[in-house]
Design a protein around this ligand. Structure first.
Ligand SMILES: Nc1ncnc2c1ncn2[C@@H]1O[C@H](COP(=O)(O)OP(=O)(O)OP(=O)(O)O)[C@@H](O)[C@H]1O
Length: 257
C-alpha cells in the first residue's frame, strides 16, 4: 500500500540531547500501527512529530507523497489528523458539545452535526451522557467522549497516545474491545503509542519498537512479539514474563465476551 506518512532522516533534539533519530519510516494507509518502547524512549515525541504537533530538528515529512513544510502545515492538512491523549482534556460544556466541536469548527450544518454526534455517541455507547457536564465524567466515560470527538471528524489518520493507560482493568478492556470494532469498521489508519504489551497485542497489526530514540524493530505485531531481536529483547522479554501467554491470543485472557 502507498505510504500515508513518510519520515526521512528525522532528528529531534531537546536540551542538546538527541531524542529521535529516524533515517526512514513510513505508515501505509489502513495500518493499525503500535509504537512501543521503554519509558523515555521517544514514543510520544515521535507521535507529536508525525502528527505535525512538533517540528523535527532536521529531516523531511511527506504526506501522501507531498513534503510538509516544516513548522507550518496548512489547516487543511491538520484537519486530516485527529489526536487523542491519555488525558482527555474535555472542554467546559456537555458531552454533546464536546463531541460536536470539531464539526462546528468546520462549519458543518447543525442538522448534520446532530446526526453525526448521535451516531458517534451510539458507537461509543455514551448516548445516555449527552447532556452531562463533561467535567463530571468517570475516567472511562471521559475517554469514550475523547475518542468519539476524535473519530467524528473522520480523520485520515488517528494518533493515540496511551488513551487507555489511566483506566482500571475492566474499564480498559471493555473500551478497547469496543474501540477495536469501531476502528476496524471505519478502516481508519491509526498510530497507537503504548508501553503496554497487552494493549499493543490486542489492538495493532504492525509494531515499531523504539529504544533510545531509534526504531529498533518493525514488522507484524505477532512476529515482533514472538521474535524480538537483540536490541528489543531486553525490553520485550521483561513484558513477556508478566504476560507469558497473552501475546499468542487475539483477545486479552480475561476478556470473556
Ligand atoms: N521538549 C522537551 N524538552 C526536554 N526534553 C524532552 C522534550 N521532549 C521530550 N524530551 C525528553 O525526550 C525523551 C523522550 O520523551 P518521550 O516523552 O517522547 O518518551 P516516551 O517514550 O513517550 O516516554 P514515556 O513512556 O515515559 O511516556 C525523554 O528523555 C524526555 O525527557
Amino acid at each position: 500500500m502507498k505510504p500515508l506518512i513518510e519520515l526521512k532522516n528525522i532528528t529531534y533534539r531537546a536540551h542538546d540531547k538527541n531524542i529521535l533519530s529516524i533515517p526512514h519510516f513510513q505508515i501505509p494507509e489502513g495500518e493499525l500501527l503500535g509504537i512501543m518502547g521503554p519509558n523515555g524512549a521517544g514514543k510520544s515525541t515521535l507521535l507529536k512529530v508525525m502528527a505535525l504537533l512538533d517540528s523535527p530538528a532536521s529531516g523531511e515529512i511527506l504526506y501522501r507523497g507531498q513534503a510538509v513544510p516544516n513548522g507550518t502545515p496548512s489547516l487543511d492538512l491538520r484537519r486530516k489528523f485527529s489526536v487523542a491523549l491519555q488525558q482527555s482534556l474535555l472542554l467546559e460544556g456537555t458531552v454533546y458539545q464536546n463531541i460536536a466541536i470539531g464539526l462546528k469548527l468546520r462549519k458543518v450544518p447543525k442538522s448534520v452535526i446532530k446526526e453525526k454526534v448521535n451516531l458517534w455517541m451510539e458507537q461509543f455507547q455514551i448516548s445516555h451522557l449527552a447532556k452531562k457536564n463533561a467535567h463530571f465524567l468517570s475516567g472511562g466515560e471521559a475517554q469514550r467522549v475523547n475518542l468519539a470527538r476524535a473519530m467524528i471528524v473522520e480523520p485520515e489518520i488517528l494518533f493515540l497516545d496511551e488513551p487507555f493507560s489511566a483506566l482500571d482493568f475492566p474499564t480498559k478492556i471493555k473500551l478497547m474491545d469496543d474501540f477495536k470494532g469501531i476502528i476496524k469498521d471505519s478502516a481508519t489508519t491509526t498510530v497507537f503509542v503504548s508501553h503496554d504489551l497487552m494493549e499493543i497485542n490486542y489492538l495493532t497489526n504492525t509494531l515499531a519498537i523504539i529504544v533510545n530514540g531509534e526504531v529498533k524493530q518493525y514488522g507484524p505485531t505477532q512476529r515482533v512479539l514472538e521474535h524480538p531481536n537483540l536490541a528489543t529483547s531486553p525490553f520485550l522479554n521483561e513484558w513477556k514474563k508478566f504476560y507469558p501467554m497473552s501475546f499468542r491470543h487475539e483477545k486479552p485472557l480475561s476478556l470473556t465476551r
